[in-house]
Ligand binder design. Sequence first.
Ligand SMILES: [Zn+2]
Ligand SMILES: [Zn+2]
Length: 258
Amino acid sequence: MPRLMGSWTDGLVRWEQRMLPAECLVCQQRHHEVGEPLVCAACRMQWRAIPAPICSLCGEPQPLGLACRVCAEWPAGFGPVRSAVQLDARVRPLVHRFKYLGWWRLADSFAARMAPLVDRASDADLIPIPLAAGRRRRRGYNQAERLAAALSMQTGLPCRSDRLGRVRETPTQTRLTPEGRLANLADAFAAAASDRPAILVDDVFTTGATLLSAAGALLDAGAPEVQAITFARAEPPLAGSAARLGTLIHFRVTEELV
Ligand SMILES: [Zn+2]
Ligand SMILES: [Zn+2]
């Protein structure tokens, strides 16, 4: 009889695990509803938005009101670019899991913060930044594609990954300067001919070089305008310009206030 009781309760636990919501990846609180994103609404609220004021075109924080250097040479038709949250100590490990460790289900949670920034009236196609075929095979999925698909579900805009392809695999970007990144990415993308507007989707904005290169290919292929949205934005890399320095000081002040 005790054995029977045991199997009954085991079965009940298994049934409960299947039917009841799982817990939040960050705070471990049990979800209130089945099918909620991996990160609960309360934890998503703690991700910090990009501090205003920002450049109206590229979305970079501009605390000193100086002319923006990030987008000074962007082509007509590209922008605005927006990012939902800062890539800080709270967000960075989640992006790492999302990108490299197979946690693609985080896409729903990230897209929930991005969706309010998407220009739904644009009637544009959401286009994920493609990975080179080799890298995609090794990773098993393209994180930008998962993000664009989740964003499509939440905004109703179509996801069209077939409009943009990677022509060649580029060496990893992380150790390159902004100029080096741009040279590294020249002609890295090829776009299908289309006269529909586009919104590029990627996980992180670092220097904007990847988005700029992809936007160039789409504009050349007939897109009337190309906007872009990323989940997170990296703090600007150390650079000599006053604007960069001002941004860094601002970030530090913000860090101390929070
Ligand atoms: Zn939580
Ligand atoms: Zn700018």
